[in-house]
Design a protein around this ligand. Structure first.
Ligand code: FES
Ligand SMILES: [Fe+2]
Length: 360
């Protein structure tokens, strides 16, 4: 594996952005340990139903707040209202991270008895955190996905793909990699183009696709990254569908990944059969992504791509990706350098109607 510094991405080891950190169902009324961005966290759902994310370690004596099973604090219920108690000496921390109760002490509580908290939000069955090395407010929103609540749509059931011992740069390169679509996915490409637009990186392609659309003439995908880690794709072919692939850095040079697929079915109120069909289609989609995953699992890192003219715009993709590893005050200038549509010589661009219809 190679590190952020070896790829020359920027001054921050981990990127700024919205990132998936758990499936919503995993986060219940107890403390769950998580590790992302080279850092340990604890996540829990308070009694109000809201989800809270904090650094893992208690300021008193360094106990990890998540993952304990034998302390009576945990056995008796570690979550009180929207607060959490430490398993070791039962200090209680409010949702803002401040200690507000020490059971064996009535004097003032030191102001240093405080844990760093992180912004989280719950959308489409997933929990996202805003990670920002500069500690700023989010400078873009999570994607809008009206289909999640719309009739005819079967929601995804998240696939946990586990850890990939690869820097996320290798995953992001894929957005412009038109040359791998034939060999890896059996695609017979008919058009391909990329567009960079601010914090979005977009890929539009269409053609036959052996893994995902055997039997259908065309599989068209309008795929986009919202920030550095969340990829969605509006798919048409056998069915209308929305593919979701997301990855979050764990340590410098490894990521955790998840996948899902929502499918549009005939019945406004999907039947059991509709759900079965959707799950089968999701599995084909997972297998298509697994074809990429297999390559990433064993390839060596590529700090410098031996790029030829007929490759997709790898250099632009990497330039786009760097905006998230550098101060946000530089983001606009970096975006101006790459914003625009990119095509390859051997493939027509997307038809105008396709480019114009994008909803990101
Ligand atoms: S280590 Fe957390 S309360 Fe003592
Ligand atoms: Fe791929």
């Amino acid at each position: 594996m190679a590190t952020t510094e070896e790829y020359g991405l920027g001054i921050h080891q981990f990127p700024r952005g919205w990132f998936m950190i758990a499936e919503a169902d995993e986060v219940q009324n107890k403390a769950l340990p998580l590790r992302f961005f080279g850092r340990d966290f604890v996540i829990y759902r308070g009694e109000s139903g809201k989800v809270f994310l904090m650094d893992a370690y208690c300021p008193h004596m360094g106990t990890h707040l998540g993952g304990n099973t034998t302390s009576y604090v945990v056995i008796d219920g570690q979550i009180e209202g929207d607060s959490i108690r430490c398993p070791y000496h039962a200090w209680r921390f409010a949702p803002d991270g401040k200690c507000d109760d020490i059971p064996y002490h009535d004097g003032p509580i030191p102001s240093a008895a405080c844990i760093k908290t992180w912004p989280v939000t719950e959308r489409y069955g997933c929990i996202y955190m805003w990670h920002d090395p500069e500690d700023g407010e989010p400078d873009y929103d999570l994607p809008d996905l009206p289909e999640w609540d719309a009739p005819h749509w079967v929601r995804w059931k998240i696939d946990h793909l586990g850890m990939l011992p690869s820097h996320p740069q290798e995953v992001v390169d894929n957005i412009c990699d038109c040359g791998h679509l034939g060999p890896i996915h059996g695609s017979t490409l008919e058009y391909f183009e990329n567009e960079f637009r601010g914090h979005l990186a977009i890929q539009r392609q269409g053609g036959g696709h052996k893994t995902l659309a055997e039997g259908a003439e065309m599989l068209e995908t309008d795929t986009w990254y919202t920030g550095p880690g969340i990829l969605l794709s509006r798919v048409t072919g056998l069915y209308d569908a929305i593919m979701y692939i997301t990855h979050t850095p764990v340590d410098d040079g490894s990521v955790k990944a998840w996948h899902g697929l929502m499918v549009k079915v005939e019945n406004a109120e999907p039947t059991d059969e509709d759900v079965t069909i959707s799950r089968e289609y999701q599995e084909s989609s997972r297998l298509a992504f697994a074809q990429d995953f297999e390559v990433w699992t064993s390839k060596r890192p590529v700090v410098q791509i031996l790029q030829i003219k007929s490759d997709g715009p790898f250099h632009k993709t990497r330039e786009w990706y760097r905006q998230f590893y550098n101060p946000r005050s530089e983001a606009a200038v970096r975006q101006q350098k790459v914003d625009g549509v990119y095509t390859v010589k051997w493939m027509p661009p997307a038809p105008e109607a396709v480019s114009a219809s994008g909803k990101y």
